[in-house]
Design a protein around this ligand. Structure first.
Ligand code: NAP
Length: 460
């Protein structure tokens, strides 16, 4: 091995930055990190997933940008793994390759009518309003008055809240300009959030529920009977000793006891219902969602699950978002577990599906390693686990044996394969442009949302 340990990280989201930070911080080996992303911009879901009205959460990027000043770190944006740079090329230049590509797709509901016009993955809507270049041309029919969102996780809550923001609230965000314009004109009046289990099993967190009660233009409406705990849930809440869980139920029950204040929109939070079919109109657009009422039961493993009853109801809706979880996408040349939607790994070491043994020099971290769960900070201990394996393997000289470990990959390869690549210095220029445009508009930033806009702003 040459003097330095050369590491390539694929992906530039929070898990990638936490891993880079931990690799560069340790003193036992001289590590050089090159980070690649298919977008010209870093930060993954912090930029394209975190809700645009949750600016404080995005402060984490300040620490990432600080880390990026380390001379042993380089960012190569607009360089796509599998297209602009291949696994074989990476293996020729690096001792270790770390995949941190997140979860770029979504789970499906698996019901008839799911692909009708007007039925979308929530992940696409999130990427659209956040100005992700791949999604900026998506169309969502905001002339519809009724919208259903399936699932009650924090993504579903984000989508519901964004659909309910007033023009004034929208203008305070860093949402893409086109989305602010479309949402300001939205005719949506009723938003239905649909949980298949009860309030005690809802995946959203308490601050998000409190926030719904503070919306300028929307009343939260909850049916008291749907947030009354059944015996199993009551025992679960009391037995868990989890104060925040009891608080969640209290918050929901408090909302249920309030009469609506007559605001423009109503945000209905429903529990114990599952969509069984989307029924279309003659033009092939969703018109009705067929729901079945559920009851709770305990399965053999003791988990509380939703069990369908024989009671159905029809909900007239013209727009549907499924928000039942993100899902990882396979990467060329990397073993993937299709059902779990993750890269096969053991504590971050990518494993061969035939032998179950670690593949030398290949690692993973973040959502593509463990699945789409947890908050941004959850990626820190996750990255720590993977980085510990990487350092352990490096200490035992169990790394790839690159042919060109000392070459300047920037000059030798990337400049040739993707001449319009974006460095971290370039990103800082884009960042400055966006922030100064935002300052002029009294907003946190005004995003550049197309590749052309970004690259021409950089003269590329
Ligand atoms: P999530 O938290 O896993 O929630 C998924 C929801 O979909 C659950 O309510 C789940 O219900 C439901 N669901 C799954 N399959 C379903 C089906 N077939 N039919 C009906 N409902 C179904 O996922 P997420 O909302 O996509 O969030 C991903 C992660 O990002 C989470 O860890 C979340 O906390 C985090 N996040 C955090 C924030 C924040 O901190 N503000 C914001 C956004 C996202 P069951 O529980 O019954 O399975």
């Amino acid at each position: 091995m040459s003097q330095s340990l050369r590491v390539a990280i694929i992906g530039a989201g929070p898990s990638a930055f936490y891993a880079a930070e931990q690799l560069l911080r340790q003193e036992s080996i001289d590590v050089r990190v090159d980070m690649f992303d298919r977008l010209p911009t870093p930060y993954g879901l912090v930029r394209a997933g975190v809700a645009p009205d949750h600016q404080k959460i995005k402060n984490v990027t300040k620490a990432f940008a600080q880390m990026a000043t380390n001379p042993r770190f380089r960012f190569f944006g607009f360089v796509e793994y599998g297209k602009d740079i291949t696994l074989d090329e990476l293996k020729q230049h690096y001792h270790q390759v770390l995949f941190a590509t997140g979860a770029q797709s979504d789970k499906r509901m698996g019901i008839p009518g799911e692909d009708l016009g007007g039925s979308h993955p929530a992940t696409a809507f999130v990427a659209w309003y956040n100005g992700h270049p791949d999604y900026r041309d998506y169309q969502f029919d905001l002339t519809q008055e009724r919208v259903a969102i399936v699932g009650v996780g924090n993504v579903a809550i984000d989508v519901a809240r964004i659909l309910c923001l007033s023009p004034h609230e929208l203008r305070m965000t860093d949402m893409a300009d086109y989305a602010i314009e479309a949402l300001s004109k939205s005719r949506v009046r009723e938003v239905y959030l649909l949980g298949r289990r009860g309030p005690a099993q809802a995946a959203f967190t308490n601050p998000e529920i409190k926030e719904l009660g503070e919306l300028e233009d929307a009343d939260v409406v909850i049916r008291p009977d749907e947030v009354a705990l059944d015996a199993v849930s009551k025992a679960m809440v009391e037995g868990s000793g989890d104060r925040s869980l009891a608080k969640k139920v209290e918050l929901l029950q408090a909302h249920a006891s309030h009469a609506p204040a007559g605001r423009l929109r109503k945000l209905f939070l429903r529990f114990l219902v599952s969509p069984v079919e989307l029924v279309g109109d003659s033009a092939g657009n969703v018109a009705t969602m067929r729901l079945v009422k559920n009851e709770l039961a305990q399965d053999d493993a003791g988990s509380i699950v939703a069990r369908a009853t024989d009671q159905f109801e029809d909900l007239p809706v013209g727009l549907v978002f499924r928000s039942v979880g993100y899902r990882g996408s396979p990467l060329p040349g990397i073993p993937f577990h299709d059902r779990w939607g993750v890269i096969l790994n053991e504590k971050g070491r990518i494993t061969d599906p035939e032998t179950n043994r670690a593949i030398i020099g290949e690692y993973t971290t973040g959502w593509i390693k463990r699945g789409p769960s947890g908050v941004i900070g959850t990626n820190k201990p996750d990255a720590h686990e993977t980085v510990a394996c990487m350092l352990e393997d490096a200490a035992e000289a169990c790394t790839l044996q690159p042919e060109f470990p000392d070459s300047d990959i920037e000059a030798d390869l990337i400049r040739k394969k993707q001449p319009r690549y974006v460095t971290f210095q370039d990103w800082l220029k884009l960042d400055e442009i966006e922030v100064s445009r935002g300052l002029a508009a009294g907003r946190p930033r005004v995003k550049l949302t197309s590749f052309d806009e970004m690259l021409s702003a950089l003269g590329k």
